[in-house]
Design a protein around this ligand. Structure first.
Ligand SMILES: Cc1cc2nc3c(=O)[nH]c(=O)nc-3n(C[C@H](O)[C@H](O)[C@H](O)COP(=O)(O)OP(=O)(O)OC[C@H]3O[C@@H](n4cnc5c(N)ncnc54)[C@H](O)[C@@H]3O)c2cc1C
Length: 375
């Protein structure tokens, strides 16, 4: 069977989910990313994998009907979220109507996987952005079976995952609610776990934050929560976060992402409202983190209306969001060091490859370590 080219594959796993013989598995390839591999011996050449691959399909994208700046008025919920805490509200609204929510959570070994949530307690696992590609597994099949059982279902994920789900379903379900994230690009679970093994005591971890409050203010970086203490590695001290921000080890498909546009796939798109207030004043006296919510369909509008009572929100111009958020305009570009890391990583391993890719950072970290020892 002809699966899509590795350079175009988003790793959405629609092919794995559709295969009637279950002869497709996801195997590690370039930079540890997962790619579908077909066990030809069991393949019956039904062609379904090719048919549902979003690379070969056009999934409808729509220009947003409305653009909101918003945050959750419940400070505790927002504190547990990465941005304005909108996704937690959208999920709560679905569960309160006996619906099911699928989103990204940590598994026991701190890998990021899509999980099924039925209760408000289950939703706790979805909080915060995990800046790594989550493993979809058989999620689309499970979504379909919930929809067939006439349940309301929310699916939240990166745009390519929403595309994967829609391609797999090949039908419109009235009870399916989709939220796509504005997405910068995804590193692999393999690379992320290599950084964890180097920086954290994974046996004792209670949570991994990819953004949070550091000495210099709220920003990107790892915060490892051990329950009785936290350990912080701001952007300048974490090779992974630096690599994530620069787009050093994303999937090849991220650099030509078809979904990095202002036309969107989900009923609602959520992201950060970067640049708000630059062109038109914005009043945020409490200095709350501001989320972006793009309403893309009538269903999305009803969904947003259902959570408005628990939000602070303000309608803004779409172009304000587009101007502030590059991934609503175009895919991220490959950084200068992309090829260097790609070549080094398989031969010398993650840490050494990062140290050689960012030699100045390595020197600074060594100096800081020496100074800490002296004091
Ligand atoms: C890989 C990645 C890249 C992103 N890049 C950008 C960007 O360039 N610009 C921008 O404005 N926003 C980006 N975001 C979105 C942003 O980080 C926030 O998730 C978003 O603003 C929603 O914030 P929140 O407070 O409502 O929810 P959060 O607290 O962020 O809640 C997280 C929600 O996102 C889902 N989620 C978390 N991690 C993943 C994952 N790895 N894969 C799929 N779903 C996940 C969870 O299921 C949950 O529903 C990115 C998110 C991810 C996961």
């Amino acid at each position: 069977m002809k699966l899509c080219a590795a350079t175009a594959c988003t790793g959405c796993a629609a092919c794995l989910n559709i295969c009637p013989k279950q002869c497709i598995s996801m195997e590690e390839g370039l930079n540890g990313h997962l790619f579908p591999v077909c066990n030809e011996a069991d393949c019956i050449n039904c062609g379904l994998c090719e048919k549902v691959c979003p690379v070969n399909t056009d999934i409808e994208k729509r220009e947003p009907m409305a653009t909101y700046a918003a945050w959750n008025t419940n400070l505790e919920v927002q504190k547990k979220s990465t941005s304005g805490g909108i996704s937690a509200m959208l999920a709560k609204a679905i569960v309160e109507e006996q619906g099911i929510v699928y989103g990204a959570a940590f598994d026991k070994s701190w890998s990021v996987v899509h999980v099924r949530c039925e209760t408000l307690e289950d939703l706790d696992a979805l909080r915060t952005s995990k800046y790594v590609q989550s493993k979809i597994g058989d999620t689309y099949r499970r979504v379909q079976s919930d929809l067939k059982a006439d349940k309301k279902v929310m699916f939240v994920g990166t745009p390519c995952q929403v595309a994967g789900l829609k391609s797999f379903l090949r039908a419109d379900y009235e009870k399916l609610y989709t939220a796509d994230l504005v997405c910068h690009g995804v590193p692999s679970d393999k690379i992320y776990r290599e950084e964890l093994a180097y920086l954290a005591d994974t046996d004792k971890l209670k949570w991994v934050y990819f953004r949070g409050r550091f000495a210099a203010g709220y920003g990107y970086g790892f915060i490892f929560d051990y329950g009785d203490r936290t350990e912080k590695f701001p952007l300048r001290q974490s090779y992974y976060i630096r690599g994530f921000m620069d787009g050093l080890f994303f999937r090849e498909s991220c650099y030509s992402c078809r979904y990095a546009t202002k036309e969107r796939l989900g009923d609602i798109t959520i992201g950060d409202f970067w640049g708000i207030g630059k062109s038109v004043p914005f009043n945020n006296p409490e200095k709350r983190r501001v989320s972006l919510a793009l309403i893309n369909t009538e269903k999305g509008r009803d969904w947003f209306d259902a959570i408005k009572a628990e939000l602070h929100f303000e309608e803004r111009e779409l172009m304000e969001a587009v101007n502030g958020n590059p991934q609503l305009r175009k895919p991220i570009a490959k950084p200068e060091q992309y090829e260097k890391f790609k070549k080094l990583y398989p031969s010398i391993g993650y840490l050494k490859a990062m140290q050689r890719t960012f030699p100045k950072m390595r020197l600074r970290l060594l100096l800081e370590k020496l100074l800490r020892k002296k004091s």
